[in-house]
Design a protein around this ligand. Structure first.
Ligand code: ZN
Ligand code: ZN
Length: 306
């Protein structure tokens, strides 16, 4: 009889633990899905570390997935910008849930493979890419915290050793081609930028190396997830006010670009009649009494009246 009661209690406890684990597991599955949904991230790694061999990248990611008990085949689901703690939090969405020492195992792997001490990295937001960089660069390994944002800010002398790309990308954006090229360079530019004044759809950021101010916008804000961000240099001593009072540069460039495209699509000014607009000596386009520009301006005026 006693045995039966003991067994019953064990079964009940087991059931309670299992049931209470279901929502946590579901949340974890949901958060991890974001990584599993990705295509191969090999391109990201090679773009960020063009001089690293495939083997180097593979070996590093292997120490990571092994520590986190993911499949070896899942290693190229993780990007250089992924924060170690975000992945950990995806595995364990509720704090206090007993973990399987993933971070510790990862740390042990790093020590064994690279003699690298993860415990010395103080930044809770450290990314896989930053770790890989520290492991590869012996100078940074001697100062494993040199890349960590709060220390960089505190220690200007050391920060100067870190190079920023601000000067290289300081040309103003004028055309959509400029915007697209800038979006492509975003990763290089953003490497030293920290948020100063976050806003909706854009934020003011400061370079932690040279102090330059930047605005980061999402030119394709209507795309799912906002599309690629793109940054340009600004000048202000009141970033919050700047955000409120300045129009969205990339949105304006896009509008102008769309307009130019539309005007071009109106075709040649074949005439033979002259544009009806006073003082305009251009010829009319087909099916209109105006030249290209004035035809467009009339349409826009009509739209505004609506
Ligand atoms: Zn800079
Ligand atoms: Zn005209």
């Amino acid at each position: 009889m006693k045995d039966i009661i003991v067994i019953a209690i064990i079964v009940i406890i087991g059931a309670v633990v299992m049931i209470s684990a279901i929502p946590v597991e579901r949340e974890s599955k949901r958060r991890l899905q974001r990584y599993w949904n990705r295509m191969c991230t090999g391109k990201e790694w090679r773009r960020r570390f063009p001089d690293a061999t495939k083997d180097e990248i593979r070996r590093f990611l292997e120490t990571f997935v092994d520590g986190f008990t993911f499949q070896s085949s899942q290693r190229l689901k993780f990007e250089p910008n992924d924060k170690v703690m975000d992945i950990y939090r995806a595995l364990y969405p509720s704090t206090g849930w007993p973990d399987a020492s993933e971070v510790e195992t990862f740390a042990r792997n790093l020590k064994r493979e690279y003699a690298f001490d993860l415990a010395k990295v103080e930044d809770p937001h450290v990314t896989l890419g930053q770790l890989f960089m520290m492991i590869r660069n012996p100078n940074q390994r001697r100062h494993p915290t040199a890349l960590i944002a709060p220390l960089v800010r505190r220690n200007v002398g050391r920060a100067e050793k870190m190079k920023c790309r601000c000067a290289e990308f300081s040309q103003p954006l004028r055309t959509m081609a400029d915007v697209r090229a800038r979006c492509d360079a975003e990763e290089m530019i953003a490497a030293t930028l920290r948020n100063t004044a976050p806003g909706d759809w854009r934020s003011v950021r400061t370079c932690s190396v040279c102090g330059a101010l930047w605005c980061q916008e999402y030119p394709s804000g209507e795309m799912h997830g906002g599309g690629a961000p793109c940054s340009y240099r600004i000048d202000t001593d009141d970033p919050d006010r700047w955000l409120k009072e300045t129009e969205y540069l990339t949105a304006r460039i896009r509008e102008r670009d769309d307009e130019a495209e539309f005007i071009a699509s109106l075709g040649e000014e074949v005439g033979p009649a002259a544009c009806r607009q006073n003082g305009c000596d251009r010829k009319t386009i087909r099916h209109s009494v105006f030249c290209r520009q004035h035809h467009f301006e009339n349409i826009r005026a009509a739209q505004k009246r609506k």
